[in-house]
Design a protein around this ligand. Structure first.
Ligand code: AMP
Ligand code: MG
Length: 356
């Protein structure tokens, strides 16, 4: 299959109009289009068409029990797919939409089970990215989409990542440049008495509690250890996502200790002949004398760490690093969300640099 790659940043208004029309046409015919959102790139299909949804699973190599998120542009569309919307659910949708929040609600019969992995609930989000909104509107459909990576790879934060993974598998990629946030949406389950965060993201538990008075973290994602024996409520959270090919280890502690420890570990592995990658920050970059060193952002602005995280993990794979030592970021804002992804990538291997 030929993959049309459309650079939305360089084309004229008329060409853009034409490309968006074409993208909508692909969707209405049951095909797939990758598109930018404010979180990560999505791989979209007509959410009400089971065959179209099935193509998403095929293109990604995604397990069929891992449901998709339904993307909308208009509040009215919620009632087309949700059976019941509690007043609290309405409140947070009104507060955080359009934006990086996915809300889980009981699903209507009309939503194909192919889109929800067989669950009787549905995940709904209204993205804020202008390209995503125009694409969804032009399609005149509700767009089912997971992240546009091949299953098991980091989510794409650049259209180039999508091209790497999806070239020849889908008919169109819309390139809207680098995404803003860089990690996936916060998922909150609104089907019970208390809202439960199933996946941490840019919008925090506190942000949600500020609006509706309460919110909990799913026990399966709370804490720094892998929670053995607890099944995550978001099916996607149970898979060992985003793991780089090399063995990744997080080193935590006081910054000067972390640097010393990472240098020690690096030299040790290099002596044994391994290729070692180091995930540093702008502030610490110059203090690592050897290794494949990449900055993930600035400690003072952890939102830059979120924005660069998946790109750096992909680059570590490309560099052939067999061991990857990374600084850690148990800090706000977005510390939960960042560390949730980093802990998974590292298979929950964390070393403390402060212990003697
Ligand atoms: P992705 O955007 O690629 O991360 O995929 C969508 C995510 O939404 C996956 O992690 C799913 O597990 C989650 N999700 C979608 N629908 C539901 C649902 N009904 N209940 C819980 N989690 C869901
Ligand atoms: Mg994904």
């Amino acid at each position: 299959m030929h993959t049309d790659y459309i650079d939305l940043g360089t084309i004229s208004e008329v060409e853009r109009e034409y490309a968006m029309e074409e993208a909508g046409e692909i969707i209405r015919r049951g095909g797939l289009v990758a598109f930018p959102t404010e979180t990560v790139y999505g791989l979209g299909a007509d959410g009400m068409n089971p065959d179209a949804c099935a193509r998403i699973y095929e293109a990604k190599g995604r397990p069929s029990d891992n449901p998709l998120i339904l993307h909308i542009v208009d509040m009215k569309q919620v009632d087309e797919i949700a059976r019941e919307v509690s007043p609290d659910a309405r409140k947070i949708m009104e507060e955080f939409w359009p934006g990086p929040l996915t809300v889980i609600l009981p699903k209507k019969e009309t939503v194909p089970s192919r889109a929800t992995g067989g669950l009787d609930t549905v995940a709904i989000r209204m993205p804020s990215h202008p390209d995503a909104r125009e694409f969804i509107r032009k399609s005149r459909r509700i767009i089912a989409a997971p992240s546009a990576n091949v299953s098991g790879k980091p989510s794409p934060t650049l259209a180039e990542h999508v091209y790497e993974d999806m070239k020849g598998r889908i008919p169109m990629i819309l390139d809207g440049g680098a995404v803003g946030i860089g990690i996936e949406s916060t998922i909150v389950d609104m089907t019970g008495d208390c809202p439960v965060i199933l996946r941490p993201g840019y919008i925090s538990k506190e942000d949600i509690a500020d609006v509706i008075g309460q919110a909990e973290l799913d026990p399966a994602i709370a804490g720094r250890e892998r929670q053995e024996g607890i099944v995550a409520k978001a099916p996607g959270m149970k898979y060992r996502h985003y793991a780089p090919k090399g063995q990744m280890i997080l080193v935590e502690g006081k910054t000067e200790n972390v640097i010393r420890k990472i240098n020690e570990l690096t030299q040790n592995k290099q002596t044994q002949g391994y290729r070692v990658g180091i995930i540093a920050t702008d502030d610490t970059l110059s203090q690592y004398p050897t290794g494949i060193i990449k900055s993930i952002g600035s400690r003072e602005h952890t939102e830059t760490v979120a924005a660069n995280l998946y790109r750096v993990l992909r680059e570590m794979d490309e560099s052939g690093a067999e061991y990857i030592y990374s600084e850690s970021f148990f800090t706000e804002p977005m510390g939960d969300a960042i560390m949730n992804r980093m802990l998974k990538a590292a298979g929950y291997r964390v070393i403390s640099a402060d212990e003697a």
